[in-house]
Write a protein that binds this ligand. Structure first.
Ligand code: ATP
Ligand code: MG
Length: 258
Protein backbone atom coordinates (compact mmCIF):
# COMPACT_ATOMS: atom_id res chain seq x y z
CA UNK A 1 0.00 0.00 0.00
CA UNK A 2 1.34 3.42 -0.86
CA UNK A 3 1.56 5.84 2.00
CA UNK A 4 -1.23 8.33 2.45
CA UNK A 5 -0.58 11.75 4.01
CA UNK A 6 -3.57 11.43 6.34
CA UNK A 7 -4.41 7.75 6.62
CA UNK A 8 -0.86 6.45 7.08
CA UNK A 9 0.52 9.01 9.49
CA UNK A 10 0.56 7.85 13.11
CA UNK A 11 1.70 11.01 14.87
CA UNK A 12 2.39 14.66 14.12
CA UNK A 13 3.84 17.47 16.26
CA UNK A 14 0.84 19.74 15.55
CA UNK A 15 -2.20 19.08 13.37
CA UNK A 16 -3.01 22.28 11.51
CA UNK A 17 0.60 23.03 10.47
CA UNK A 18 0.93 19.43 9.30
CA UNK A 19 -2.24 19.68 7.21
CA UNK A 20 -0.85 22.80 5.56
CA UNK A 21 2.21 20.86 4.46
CA UNK A 22 0.23 18.06 2.81
CA UNK A 23 -2.63 19.96 1.21
CA UNK A 24 -4.77 23.05 1.17
CA UNK A 25 -6.76 23.86 4.30
CA UNK A 26 -9.92 25.32 2.80
CA UNK A 27 -12.08 25.56 5.95
CA UNK A 28 -11.34 25.83 9.65
CA UNK A 29 -13.96 25.40 12.37
CA UNK A 30 -12.63 27.07 15.52
CA UNK A 31 -14.30 27.81 18.83
CA UNK A 32 -16.83 25.00 18.67
CA UNK A 33 -18.66 24.20 21.91
CA UNK A 34 -17.02 20.79 21.85
CA UNK A 35 -13.48 22.08 22.35
CA UNK A 36 -12.45 20.62 19.03
CA UNK A 37 -10.85 22.43 16.13
CA UNK A 38 -11.65 20.96 12.74
CA UNK A 39 -10.17 21.54 9.31
CA UNK A 40 -11.32 20.79 5.81
CA UNK A 41 -8.26 19.87 3.80
CA UNK A 42 -7.87 19.11 0.12
CA UNK A 43 -4.99 16.89 -0.94
CA UNK A 44 -3.13 17.28 -4.25
CA UNK A 45 -5.12 14.30 -5.63
CA UNK A 46 -8.26 16.40 -5.17
CA UNK A 47 -9.65 14.34 -2.30
CA UNK A 48 -11.18 16.26 0.58
CA UNK A 49 -10.98 15.31 4.24
CA UNK A 50 -12.35 16.59 7.55
CA UNK A 51 -9.86 16.44 10.42
CA UNK A 52 -11.21 17.03 13.93
CA UNK A 53 -8.74 17.65 16.71
CA UNK A 54 -9.39 17.74 20.45
CA UNK A 55 -7.93 20.79 22.18
CA UNK A 56 -9.26 20.13 25.69
CA UNK A 57 -9.42 17.09 27.96
CA UNK A 58 -13.22 16.98 27.66
CA UNK A 59 -12.97 17.12 23.89
CA UNK A 60 -10.49 14.24 23.95
CA UNK A 61 -12.88 12.13 26.04
CA UNK A 62 -15.52 12.81 23.44
CA UNK A 63 -13.20 11.94 20.52
CA UNK A 64 -12.24 8.71 22.29
CA UNK A 65 -15.91 7.79 22.54
CA UNK A 66 -16.36 8.68 18.90
CA UNK A 67 -13.48 6.43 17.94
CA UNK A 68 -14.97 3.48 19.84
CA UNK A 69 -18.36 4.19 18.30
CA UNK A 70 -17.05 4.21 14.72
CA UNK A 71 -15.09 1.01 15.35
CA UNK A 72 -18.39 -0.65 16.27
CA UNK A 73 -20.83 0.94 13.82
CA UNK A 74 -20.66 1.32 10.05
CA UNK A 75 -23.47 2.58 7.87
CA UNK A 76 -23.52 4.46 4.55
CA UNK A 77 -25.22 7.46 6.19
CA UNK A 78 -22.73 7.67 9.07
CA UNK A 79 -19.58 9.54 8.10
CA UNK A 80 -16.84 7.14 9.23
CA UNK A 81 -13.57 7.73 11.05
CA UNK A 82 -11.14 5.44 9.24
CA UNK A 83 -8.10 6.76 11.09
CA UNK A 84 -6.88 8.98 13.89
CA UNK A 85 -3.62 10.80 14.29
CA UNK A 86 -1.84 11.24 17.62
CA UNK A 87 -0.59 14.70 18.54
CA UNK A 88 2.92 14.29 19.95
CA UNK A 89 3.39 14.64 23.72
CA UNK A 90 -0.16 15.83 24.31
CA UNK A 91 -2.27 12.73 24.85
CA UNK A 92 -4.58 14.21 22.22
CA UNK A 93 -5.73 12.93 18.86
CA UNK A 94 -7.28 14.15 15.64
CA UNK A 95 -9.92 12.08 13.87
CA UNK A 96 -9.70 11.79 10.09
CA UNK A 97 -13.00 11.61 8.19
CA UNK A 98 -13.94 11.91 4.55
CA UNK A 99 -15.29 15.36 3.71
CA UNK A 100 -18.98 15.32 2.84
CA UNK A 101 -20.62 17.99 0.80
CA UNK A 102 -23.57 19.44 2.66
CA UNK A 103 -25.02 21.97 5.04
CA UNK A 104 -25.83 21.56 8.70
CA UNK A 105 -29.58 21.52 9.31
CA UNK A 106 -28.84 23.33 12.55
CA UNK A 107 -28.95 26.72 10.90
CA UNK A 108 -30.39 28.52 7.90
CA UNK A 109 -30.36 25.37 5.75
CA UNK A 110 -33.23 24.02 7.84
CA UNK A 111 -35.72 26.30 6.06
CA UNK A 112 -34.34 25.21 2.73
CA UNK A 113 -34.70 21.59 3.75
CA UNK A 114 -38.28 22.22 4.79
CA UNK A 115 -39.07 23.46 1.27
CA UNK A 116 -37.85 20.24 -0.38
CA UNK A 117 -40.32 17.83 -1.97
CA UNK A 118 -41.87 15.60 0.67
CA UNK A 119 -40.35 12.50 -0.93
CA UNK A 120 -36.84 13.84 -0.25
CA UNK A 121 -37.70 14.57 3.37
CA UNK A 122 -39.19 11.11 3.90
CA UNK A 123 -36.10 9.57 2.35
CA UNK A 124 -33.93 11.55 4.78
CA UNK A 125 -36.01 10.37 7.75
CA UNK A 126 -35.78 6.80 6.53
CA UNK A 127 -32.01 7.10 6.22
CA UNK A 128 -31.66 8.43 9.77
CA UNK A 129 -33.78 5.57 11.11
CA UNK A 130 -31.96 3.00 9.02
CA UNK A 131 -28.59 4.21 10.34
CA UNK A 132 -29.91 3.77 13.87
CA UNK A 133 -30.78 0.17 13.15
CA UNK A 134 -27.02 -0.29 12.82
CA UNK A 135 -26.51 1.66 16.06
CA UNK A 136 -29.02 -0.60 17.79
CA UNK A 137 -27.49 -3.77 16.35
CA UNK A 138 -24.08 -2.73 17.73
CA UNK A 139 -25.51 -2.30 21.24
CA UNK A 140 -25.00 1.45 21.21
CA UNK A 141 -27.38 4.23 22.22
CA UNK A 142 -27.74 7.78 20.96
CA UNK A 143 -26.55 10.65 23.12
CA UNK A 144 -26.57 14.29 21.99
CA UNK A 145 -28.35 13.62 18.72
CA UNK A 146 -29.68 16.92 17.40
CA UNK A 147 -30.08 18.79 14.13
CA UNK A 148 -26.35 19.62 14.16
CA UNK A 149 -25.79 15.94 13.33
CA UNK A 150 -27.70 16.25 10.08
CA UNK A 151 -25.58 17.38 7.16
CA UNK A 152 -27.75 17.66 4.08
CA UNK A 153 -26.36 17.54 0.57
CA UNK A 154 -28.94 19.46 -1.46
CA UNK A 155 -27.24 18.62 -4.75
CA UNK A 156 -27.05 14.89 -4.09
CA UNK A 157 -30.36 14.87 -2.17
CA UNK A 158 -28.70 12.90 0.60
CA UNK A 159 -28.47 13.20 4.38
CA UNK A 160 -25.22 12.42 6.20
CA UNK A 161 -24.84 11.87 9.94
CA UNK A 162 -21.92 13.66 11.58
CA UNK A 163 -20.78 14.38 15.13
CA UNK A 164 -22.22 11.29 16.81
CA UNK A 165 -19.34 11.64 19.26
CA UNK A 166 -21.36 11.07 22.44
CA UNK A 167 -22.96 7.80 21.34
CA UNK A 168 -21.94 4.98 23.65
CA UNK A 169 -22.65 1.39 24.66
CA UNK A 170 -26.00 1.00 26.38
CA UNK A 171 -28.01 0.60 28.44
CA UNK A 172 -26.20 2.56 31.14
CA UNK A 173 -27.09 4.36 34.35
CA UNK A 174 -26.65 8.11 34.20
CA UNK A 175 -24.00 9.09 36.75
CA UNK A 176 -24.21 12.84 36.18
CA UNK A 177 -26.96 15.42 36.67
CA UNK A 178 -27.83 15.30 32.97
CA UNK A 179 -26.53 14.18 29.62
CA UNK A 180 -25.13 16.59 27.04
CA UNK A 181 -27.59 17.54 24.35
CA UNK A 182 -30.11 19.94 22.97
CA UNK A 183 -33.22 20.14 25.17
CA UNK A 184 -35.60 19.74 22.23
CA UNK A 185 -34.22 16.27 21.49
CA UNK A 186 -33.64 15.01 25.01
CA UNK A 187 -35.85 12.44 26.65
CA UNK A 188 -37.02 13.18 30.22
CA UNK A 189 -34.76 10.48 31.67
CA UNK A 190 -31.69 12.27 30.31
CA UNK A 191 -32.19 14.95 32.97
CA UNK A 192 -31.96 12.69 36.04
CA UNK A 193 -28.97 11.18 37.75
CA UNK A 194 -29.48 7.48 38.27
CA UNK A 195 -31.90 6.94 35.40
CA UNK A 196 -31.45 4.17 32.86
CA UNK A 197 -30.50 5.36 29.40
CA UNK A 198 -31.30 2.73 26.82
CA UNK A 199 -32.56 2.16 23.31
CA UNK A 200 -35.93 3.71 24.24
CA UNK A 201 -34.04 6.92 24.91
CA UNK A 202 -32.71 6.62 21.38
CA UNK A 203 -36.26 6.07 20.11
CA UNK A 204 -37.23 9.36 21.77
CA UNK A 205 -34.39 11.30 20.12
CA UNK A 206 -35.28 9.76 16.76
CA UNK A 207 -38.93 10.70 17.23
CA UNK A 208 -37.91 14.30 17.87
CA UNK A 209 -35.57 14.18 14.87
CA UNK A 210 -38.28 12.92 12.52
CA UNK A 211 -40.60 15.54 13.87
CA UNK A 212 -38.11 18.31 13.18
CA UNK A 213 -37.33 17.05 9.69
CA UNK A 214 -41.04 17.08 8.89
CA UNK A 215 -42.08 20.36 10.50
CA UNK A 216 -38.94 22.47 10.25
CA UNK A 217 -39.22 23.35 13.94
CA UNK A 218 -42.76 24.69 13.72
CA UNK A 219 -45.55 22.43 14.87
CA UNK A 220 -48.10 24.11 12.62
CA UNK A 221 -45.90 23.40 9.62
CA UNK A 222 -46.18 19.60 9.99
CA UNK A 223 -46.00 17.99 6.56
CA UNK A 224 -46.82 14.40 7.42
CA UNK A 225 -50.06 12.57 8.00
CA UNK A 226 -52.01 12.14 11.23
CA UNK A 227 -50.88 8.51 11.27
CA UNK A 228 -47.22 9.50 11.09
CA UNK A 229 -47.73 12.06 13.84
CA UNK A 230 -49.28 9.36 16.03
CA UNK A 231 -46.19 7.19 15.53
CA UNK A 232 -43.92 10.05 16.59
CA UNK A 233 -46.10 10.75 19.60
CA UNK A 234 -45.71 7.16 20.71
CA UNK A 235 -41.93 7.38 20.16
CA UNK A 236 -41.72 10.43 22.41
CA UNK A 237 -43.90 9.41 25.36
CA UNK A 238 -42.64 10.61 28.72
CA UNK A 239 -42.59 7.09 30.14
CA UNK A 240 -39.99 5.05 28.25
CA UNK A 241 -42.11 1.90 28.76
CA UNK A 242 -44.84 3.44 26.60
CA UNK A 243 -42.50 4.06 23.67
CA UNK A 244 -41.54 1.58 20.99
CA UNK A 245 -39.23 -1.09 22.43
CA UNK A 246 -36.45 -0.28 20.00
CA UNK A 247 -35.45 1.26 16.70
CA UNK A 248 -36.70 -1.68 14.64
CA UNK A 249 -40.17 -1.57 16.15
CA UNK A 250 -40.30 2.19 15.69
CA UNK A 251 -39.13 1.90 12.10
CA UNK A 252 -41.71 -0.76 11.29
CA UNK A 253 -44.51 1.40 12.67
CA UNK A 254 -43.14 4.40 10.81
CA UNK A 255 -42.90 2.57 7.51
CA UNK A 256 -46.41 1.23 7.93
CA UNK A 257 -47.65 4.80 8.41
CA UNK A 258 -45.75 6.25 5.43
N1 ATP B 1 -17.27 14.97 7.41
C1 ATP B 1 -17.59 16.26 7.24
N2 ATP B 1 -17.55 16.81 6.01
C2 ATP B 1 -17.83 18.12 5.85
N3 ATP B 1 -18.18 18.96 6.84
C3 ATP B 1 -18.26 18.46 8.08
C4 ATP B 1 -17.97 17.10 8.35
N4 ATP B 1 -18.13 16.88 9.68
C5 ATP B 1 -18.51 18.06 10.20
N5 ATP B 1 -18.58 19.03 9.26
C6 ATP B 1 -18.89 20.46 9.44
O1 ATP B 1 -18.17 20.95 10.55
C7 ATP B 1 -19.05 21.44 11.56
C8 ATP B 1 -18.51 21.07 12.92
O2 ATP B 1 -18.43 19.65 13.00
P1 ATP B 1 -18.75 18.89 14.34
O3 ATP B 1 -20.15 19.17 14.77
O4 ATP B 1 -18.34 17.48 14.18
O5 ATP B 1 -17.75 19.62 15.33
P2 ATP B 1 -17.89 19.92 16.88
O6 ATP B 1 -16.54 20.37 17.29
O7 ATP B 1 -18.47 18.74 17.58
O8 ATP B 1 -18.91 21.12 16.88
P3 ATP B 1 -20.07 21.45 17.94
O9 ATP B 1 -19.38 21.81 19.21
O10 ATP B 1 -20.79 22.60 17.30
O11 ATP B 1 -20.90 20.20 18.03
C9 ATP B 1 -20.40 20.83 11.22
O12 ATP B 1 -21.46 21.66 11.61
C10 ATP B 1 -20.35 20.70 9.71
O13 ATP B 1 -20.73 21.92 9.10
MG1 MG C 1 -20.22 18.30 18.52
Amino acid sequence: MTSHPLLSVAEVPAVEPYLRTVGEVFRVFREQDSGCVSCGVQLPDGERWFVKEATTAAAQTSLDRAWAFHQAVRHPAIVPQPHRIAVADSGRTAAVMPWRHGESLYGPARARFHALPLASVLRAVDRVLDAHLAVEAAGMVAVDLYDGAFLYDFGGDLLHLIDLDEYRPGPFVLDADRLPGSARFMAPEEWYRGSVIDIRTTVYALGRSARLLLDGGERRAWRGTAGQLAVLERATRTDPAERFAGVREFMEAWRAAV
